[in-house]
Write a protein that binds this ligand. Structure first.
Ligand SMILES: [Zn+2]
Ligand SMILES: [Zn+2]
Length: 333
């Protein structure tokens, strides 16, 4: 079994739905029901409402989610977590039962980089606080870059130092059965169980890495926080990673107009993020089967993310799939 599940899909900062955005969704859903001539006294309320909701576009009836980057990957029994954004809190809640039943879990955490939206979930990852003296033997392996001003571990430690957080990294290490940090660098290849992982450097204002994970004859690629050098001539490192991928999870934070500063304020050149035209170009050249757009801008509404998906989807081949990732979305390779 080779799967990916999204726990956080936003970039930069958590961005929960505002009350007015929820109100607007409810209003539009009710307007849709009224146009179906639904009567409140109808005994078929549940069926009618459910039938109606299925016909409402995803951006209108739900939300892509406001948590920052975190994707759970399962390669058979192996658990790999890509980035530790605020979505990590929900992932942590989801594994408690399994952790207690098995007497502990081993997880490999891969850090693309240490900008806050990729590490801020770790202080709220519940299983981190389970003391080995309870008999639960958890094993955490962190993989991060080598050339930050601080090491990856120092960055994780720093956001939990007093006085900004009440429990220190040192205290966490003392109660955990096993914890270690490994280094990442361009072209590093390593294995987690039977999953083979290749690392390539991306284009972002900090040392940032993407991964190609191969398992059971299938390929999953994750490249978040990446800006195209030239949208018409994709970065060879990116093509190297994405070649013939079954699933490519990629940064697609802006629209092209926002990236170029035609709308929404200043141009985003040099901010380290991508847009649908550039993503589609790479997807076509690399022959990616399914491209999952990710790291949505905190300022994008659900409708804007849906539109970005539409723009990208129209530029790839017909046999290629594009979807905007949302919290809870699962992909089986
Ligand atoms: Zn980011
Ligand atoms: Zn970043």
């Amino acid at each position: 079994m080779f799967t990916a599940k999204f726990w956080g899909v936003r970039g930069s900062i958590p961005s929960p739905l505002t009350p007015s955005a929820v109100e607007e969704k409810v209003k539009q859903a009710l307007q849709g029901l009224i146009s179906h001539q639904f009567r409140a006294s109808d005994v078929l309320f549940d069926i009618t409402a459910k039938d109606h909701l299925v016909s409402v576009p995803f951006w209108q009836r739900a939300t892509y989610g406001g948590n920052t980057s975190c994707v759970e990957v399962r390669c058979g029994e192996e658990i790999i977590v890509l980035d530790l954004g605020s979505g990590l809190r929900l992932f942590g809640n989801s594994i408690f039962g399994d952790m207690m039943k098995k007497g502990g879990l081993a997880i490999s955490f891969l850090l693309s980089h240490v900008h806050w939206d990729h590490i801020q979930g770790i202080p709220f990852f519940g299983p981190l606080y389970i003391n080995k003296e309870t008999g639960i033997r958890n094993s955490w392996s962190f993989y991060g870059g080598t050339n930050y001003i601080e090491t990856a571990e120092a960055c994780l430690r720093g956001q939990m130092d007093h006085p900004v957080f009440p429990v220190s990294w040192k205290e966490i290490k003392a109660i955990t059965h096993k914890m270690h940090t490994d280094s990442l660098y361009d072209r590093k290849a390593f294995s987690v169980g039977d999953a083979h992982i290749k690392t390539r450097k991306l284009n972002h204002p900090q040392e940032t890495y993407g991964w190609r994970i191969e398992y059971n004859g299938k390929v999953l690629v994750y490249t978040t926080d990446n800006e195209p050098y030239d949208p018409m001539c994709p970065d060879p490192r990116l093509l190297d990673l994405t070649k013939d991928a079954d699933v490519w999870i990629t940064d697609c934070q802006y629209t092209k107009d926002i990236y170029e500063g035609k709308v929404g304020g200043v141009p985003r050149h040099g901010w380290g993020h991508s847009y649908p035209e550039a993503v589609a170009k790479t997807a076509v050249l690399a022959g990616v089967k399914h491209t999952a757009l990710f790291h949505h801008d905190p300022g994008s509404s659900d409708k804007q993310i849906y539109d970005i998906e539409g723009v990208c989807g129209a530029l790839v081949r017909q046999d290629q799939k594009v979807s905007a990732a949302h919290e809870g979305m699962e992909i089986t390779l």
